[in-house]
Design a protein around this ligand. Structure first.
Ligand code: ADP
Ligand code: MG
Length: 282
């Protein structure tokens, strides 16, 4: 009897491996012992095992999506200090974290000076999209343009475009920090126009709309790019002074002074000395 059982377990493990059910393979005996103890019937045993397998699969898929998104750092909405950035509407950001704009293929544009939390918010929202099962990829624009130019030289452009076309959300960080070359601008424009109404774009930029021509080189290109980007787009302006700067000032003057200073210009001052880690990255 014992021998027969051992043989069945070996066979069972073999079949479960062949069927690619690693979690059931790892848990079957443990859960069986518990089911016997609890007098659970066969169907509820099976249900428990399948649930474990599914949960583990979902966890691994979420991990893969997060890795594939290539975020430069981890940022979450929980660590965003909305009180320090009153121009950013918390309700609107919370609404965006539900990702319905992705289903509607709408774009999100963050405009504001350096250090005002654009990248932070973009990463946090894109991370929320990953968690909901959307395929996301984060690029700094210069990095994407370089990849596009390299792919063009190696005739790999189709492959790269194909990978971009599979995304639900494409984050383009720092549009306009470095003026792109004419070729780069055209390739970038091509990505934006291909995404139009198919893939949501989330763009951060410190450029006011008037200066976009300088960056993209031609007025025709800029007009067309802006037109596609801003058609069905939510624009979030991160007004005010750099969070890093504010953080540094708070450290120099002491938390009390920084708190008072913010009292004047902002609706809701941040708690004094909050966010010690604010300038760690970026
Ligand atoms: P931007 O992309 O606008 O230049 P970042 O998002 O890179 O700015 O912000 C600079 C640094 O300050 C980052 O470390 C970011 O996490 C932090 N930061 C900016 N705004 C806030 C905020 N309101 N609450 C918490 N951290 C913030
Ligand atoms: Mg940034």
């Amino acid at each position: 009897m014992k021998q027969l059982e051992a043989k069945s377990v070996v066979l069972l493990h073999h079949h479960l491996a062949a069927l690619h059910l690693p979690t059931i393979r790892a848990e079957a005996e443990k859960v069986a012992a518990r089911a016997a103890r609890d007098n659970a019937d066969h169907l509820s045993y099976l249900l428990q095992l399948l649930e474990l397998e599914l949960l583990e699969r979902e966890r691994r898929a979420a991990e893969r999506r997060l890795k594939a998104a290539r975020f430069p750092t981890l940022k979450s909405l929980e660590d965003f200090d909305f009180a320090a950035r009153p121009s950013v509407n918390k309700v609107m950001i919370t609404e965006l974290s539900r990702c319905e704009y992705i289903d509607r293929r709408e774009n999100v544009l963050f405009v504001g000076n350096p250090g005002t939390g654009k990248t932070h918010l973009a990463i946090a929202l894109a991370t929320a999209a990953c968690a909901k099962g959307y395929r996301v990829r984060f690029f700094r624009v210069t990095e994407l343009v370089t990849q596009l130019i390299e792919a063009r030289d190696e005739r790999g452009l189709l492959g790269l475009r194909g990978r971009l076309a599979k995304l639900d959300l494409l984050v383009l960080d720092e549009l306009g920090y470095v003026p792109a070359s004419k070729v780069g601008a055209e390739l970038l424009f091509d990505v934006i126009s291909t995404a139009y109404e198919r893939t949501s774009l989330m763009v951060t930029t410190n450029l006011p709309f008037e200066s976009w021509t300088e960056v993209l080189g031609s007025e025709r290109l800029t007009g067309a790019t802006l037109d596609r980007l801003t058609h069905r787009c939510q624009i979030i302006e991160t007004k005010g002074e750099s969070y890093r700067l504010r953080d540094a000032k708070a450290r120099v003057r002491g938390p009390k002074a920084a708190g008072e200073e913010h009292h004047q210009g902002e609706q809701a001052p941040a708690p004094a000395g909050a966010k010690e880690g604010g300038s760690k990255t970026g």
